[in-house]
Structures are given as C-alpha cells and as structure tokens.
Design a protein around this ligand. Structure first.
Ligand code: F6P
Length: 365
C-alpha cells in the first residue's frame, strides 16, 4: 500500500495555491511509494460525513498553476480546534474536534499533512504538530505578514493588481484635478500599500505601522491642488489609522469567523479630509477582494512551485513541525513555532522605506 500525504488549503485564498498543489503532486510522482490526496475546504473534508477527499492525480492538476483560487476549496471559519456546532436552543458553540481529526486521518492512512495557509492556518499546524501530527507548513497570504520568509506567494500578484489600480487612478486624478484615495488590503501590515505606492508613484502612502497626522496630509494635498490644477494620489492600507485613532473595521456576524473585519479606512480618510476643509474633490476606491483573485503572476507561480517541491522534500526528510521559507535565493525549513511568533511588519528604517522617502512619498508621520 502506498503512503498517503494530504494537502490542505486553509484561510483566505490567494493566487498561487494551485501552483503549490501541482508542484507537490509532480514532485511526489518521482517517488511512486507516495500518493497525494487533498482535503476539501481545509480540514473540513476530514471532519464532515461523508469524508471529502480528492485524489490528486494528473488529470486534476494539469495546467492548474495558472488558475487563481484553490481547486480544493478553503474556509477561514472555525477549524478543527473551534468547530462550529449548533445547540438545541439554536446557539452556536465552538467544539475542539482535533482528536477526532487525528483519529480519522490515521484511519485513512494519512502519514503526512502539508498545510498551505497564513498565520491562522499555521497556528493550527503548530497545535496539530504538538498533538503528534506529521505536518509541514507552506506560507500563503497576499498580506506578506508571515515572518521567517522573505515573501509569501500571492503577495506579488496583489501588488501587481494594486499597482494597476494606482496607474488607472493617476490618469483620472490628473484629468479632473482630484484627490484619489485607494484602499488596499494587508491587515496590520502595510506591505501591499507601500509597494503599490512606490510602483505607482503615489504622493502619499498611509500604513498601519505609522499612525498618520491628518494635518500633514491636508498640507501636502492643498499644496498640490490649487484652483483647477494639480492632483494627488493616496494609497491607504486597510489597517491604517490616524494618530490617536483606531483602525476602521466592521464586526463579522459569521460564527467562527475572525470577528474584526478591517475595511473602510479610505472612506474614513475621505471624511477626515473633508472635515478639514480640503478644497479639491476627493474620490475613494476600495480594491477589496480583486487583490486575491485571478491569475498568479509569474513570480508567484515560480515561488509557489518552489515551495511545493520543497514541502514534499521536507515530507521525505520527515522535517515535521517546520514551515517552508524563502530566503533569497534559498528555500529553507524553519520551525512553524518560530514563523508564527511575530508578524512580519514594515520596518520603519528599512531600505524600502528609505527609497519611498527618497522619492518624496509622504507617510504623514
Ligand atoms: O488575509 C488576507 C485578507 O485578504 C486580508 O488582507 C483581509 O483583511 C482579509 O483577508 C479579508 O478576509 P475575508 O475574505 O474574510 O473578507
């Protein structure tokens, strides 16, 4: 009987997931004693009745590296340690089903698991590893907020999409002499905003790592827009907030979901600028989930493919409890525990920040 390795894609999707799946399967085909299966919708595939597993044969993975999303489906609600269960009174409670998950995986002959996901998913990986599961992590997120790796796949594609949006907003800002605000994702990290602001040539970039001084933004905008001329482009990360203020968020009502959903920072900024009596017209665009969809960039396909091959080699070497990390030009294994200890945030004195300041991008510090 062949050994079974199971792939799981968990958390928010991002471009490149399918390229990782394909690379794992292709690498495993070189060691015929292994077969690869995928759990449908993260670990839910194992915990539902009947169990939902996909055998990852050639016909399933052919050509999928160019497709966005994940052929396995995903969820960012609950998980094996907080499974949503409806009680008789209709109330939902979270149940720990991790022991059941491990028993079911043993019954199915699953010897190793490759969990492709962001910080939430890798926290689950660490807890399962501590319970004896043979698990390997692969870092995925458009936010690029996982430490221990130079980049997560999906991030570069999101930057391309955000930069394309800045480019489009610049031309209309120029024609109408307007202030254009673009809100991008990234949770508590300003990576997408910073990269898109540099690549797109925005005048102002607001990131969560630097609470902004609204008066400084007003000054810059007013200097750039006088009468019927001038324009200004602002890229704001969804996690950005004014000095002394809070992040803009809405609460999620979905059970088992992250309660705090960021979003609306751009509109909040527009309101603040209007309250400050700014004279130019302002328009705000929220880029939203467009950043997570569609075709992965060539960079992300390559990074995802490298990570998939490395992940399966880590299975062969029994490097369980470790996550694949990209440290240019190498792919290395790092303990998952270390990778989830601290988020990867923009360092204020990093070379990229120096570059941004060097071309006059204002952070309203
Ligand atoms: O972590 C990826 C991400 O896209 C964040 O940038 C964003 O805040 C969040 O997920 C959105 O989550 P959801 O898909 O649940 O709305």
């Amino acid at each position: 009987m062949r050994k079974r390795c199971m792939i799981v894609t968990g958390g928010g999707d991002c471009p490149g997931l399918n390229a990782v799946i394909r690379a794992i399967v292709k690498r495993a085909q070189q060691t015929p004693e292994w077969e690869i299966v995928g759990s449908i919708n993260a670990f839910n595939g194992i915990l539902t009745d009947p169990i939902e597993l996909m055998e990852l044969t050639n016909d399933k993975i052919a050509g999928i590296h160019v497709r966005g999303g994940t052929i396995l489906g995903t969820t960012n609600k609950g998980g094996p340690f907080a499974w949503p269960v409806k009680q008789k009174n209709g109330k939902m409670i979270a149940k720990d089903r991790s022991d059941e998950l491990i028993n079911r995986m043993n019954e199915l002959g699953i010897e190793a698991v490759i969990n492709i996901g962001g910080d939430g998913s890798q926290k689950i990986s660490q807890k399962l590893f501590e319970k004896g599961c043979n698990i390997i992590g692969v870092p995925k997120t458009i936010d690029n907020d996982l430490s221990a790796t130079d980049y997560t796949f999906g991030f570069q594609t999101a930057v391309e999409i955000a930069t394309d949006a800045v480019d489009k907003l610049v031309t209309t800002a120029f024609s109408h002499h307007r202030v254009m605000i673009l809100e991008v994702m990234g949770r508590e990290a300003g990576w997408i905003a910073l990269h898109a602001a540099i690549a797109g040539g925005a005048e102002i970039c607001l990131i969560p790592e630097i609470p902004y001084d609204i008066k400084k933004i007003v000054k810059t905008v007013n200097e750039r827009t006088t009468g019927d001329s001038g324009f200004a482009n602002i890229v704001i990360a969804e996690g950005a907030r004014p000095k002394g203020g809070k992040m803009t968020y809405k609460r999620s009502n979905e059970f088992g979901h992250e309660k705090i959903k960021l979003g609306g920072a751009g509109i909040a900024l527009e309101n603040q600028l209007q309250e400050e009596g700014i004279h130019a017209d302002i328009r705000t665009t929220i880029l939203g989930h467009l950043q997570r969809g569609g075709i992965p960039s060539a960079f992300d396909r390559i990074l995802a493919t490298q990570m998939g091959v490395k992940a399966f080699e880590m299975v062969l070497n029994k490097q369980y409890g470790q996550m694949v990390a990209y440290r240019h030009p190498d792919l290395i294994a790092v303990p998952i525990k270390q990778a989830i200890a601290e988020p990867n945030l923009v360092q204020l004195n990093s070379p990229l920040m120096e570059t941004a300041r060097g071309v006059g991008i204002q952070f309203a510090e």
